[in-house]
Ligand binder design. Structure first.
Ligand code: SF4
Ligand code: SF4
Length: 299
């Protein structure tokens, strides 16, 4: 068995000011930053010591982690551990990426998001080019807001063909067929994001081979279910892992539904589940029958 861990510590600050985000330009007080660093150090030590299970780690900070030295150091350190299959962080790519030269590029990867209005397209592309130079795996994404479409199309045209660009459906935005087709032209897998997935009573890997961990080690099945199932640091997580159905009506975030068994997305993203890179890219058209099946999606 192997275990995917989504780690989210207390950090909630960001250097960007995205109008669609509650963490925009938020500042964390020094004591919270110190607590975040201590929690991350403890988690990193736990990963280092837990060698009997192959582990993959995705850091999903509320805000931006890579402007903080301790996240960069954790990425580098974990990438060199033989039992760590992959270590990934979600990032706006604002910080320089040269530090990744010290990481093992077979294991370190980035989930990057381009936020038009916060950074120029060229500056973002320069960061991507440096990642390619360093041989680091990365995906690039945008939030599918109408006002982002032209920028997203220009970004897609400028990125190397081998880099996958994903599109997240904007929260609260309804896509008509024509609009959905435009975004699907950029990301053939957009159909998975555009409608929430019915998940109630459906089997999900979350809580079996994927878990969510917060700064004090509390383990939950995923970021979207509040009930704890154990703790990382008292060992209770081991007995908590088992197959379970989902108790929520729907699952609408990629980091959740990628583990929803009936969708089969772990196969679609095999080898790149946490960094959101499809196994085969450029990807053939998605299974339209599955996307249209009301048993899989709603909305
Ligand atoms: S970069 Fe991410 S965390 Fe920062 S303000 Fe934008 S959406 Fe929020
Ligand atoms: S379907 Fe989504 S909400 Fe339900 S257990 Fe899986 S990840 Fe969590």
């Amino acid at each position: 068995m192997s275990l995917a861990i989504l780690y989210r510590g207390p950090l909630a600050s960001c250097n960007y000011d995205c109008p669609y985000c509650p963490f925009a330009k938020r500042h964390d007080p020094p004591e919270l930053l110190a607590a975040d660093r201590t929690a991350l150090d403890r988690f990193t030590a736990w990963v280092r010591q837990t060698t009997d299970v192959p582990l993959s780690v995705l850091f999903t900070p509320w805000g931006e982690g890579l402007t903080r030295r301790w996240y960069r150091e954790a990425m580098v350190a974990l990438s060199h551990l033989p039992h760590v299959r992959r270590v990934v962080i979600q990032t706006n790519l604002a910080a320089r990426v040269d530090w990744l030269a010290d990481a093992d590029a077979r294991r370190a990867a980035l989930w990057t998001t381009y936020h038009p209005g916060q950074v120029s397209r060229q500056r973002f592309l320069d960061r991507c080019a440096r990642l390619s130079e360093l041989g680091v795996r990365y995906s690039v994404g945008v939030v599918g807001l109408p006002e982002h479409l032209a920028e997203a199309q220009a970004l897609r045209a400028a990125l190397p063909a081998e880099v996958y660009l994903w599109v997240n459906a904007a929260e609260g935005h309804r896509y008509d067929a024509a609009e959905e087709a435009l975004w699907t032209g950029l990301d053939p897998l957009f159909g998975y994001s555009v409608r929430p997935h019915l998940s109630l009573d459906r089997p999900c890997h979350a809580g079996e081979t994927a878990i969510s961990v917060d700064g004090d080690g509390t383990v939950r099945r995923c970021h979207f279910l509040p009930t704890p199932i154990g703790n990382l640091y008292d060992g209770s997580w081991r007995a908590a892992l088992r197959p379970r159905p989902c108790p929520a009506a729907t699952c609408d975030c990629h980091i959740g539904y990628v583990h929803l068994k009936p969708l089969g997305l772990r196969d679609v993203f095999a080898g790149g589940v946490l960094e959101r890179i499809p196994a085969v890219w450029p990807h053939p058209a998605p299974d339209s029958a599955r996307l249209a099946d009301p048993g899989h999606v709603v909305g």
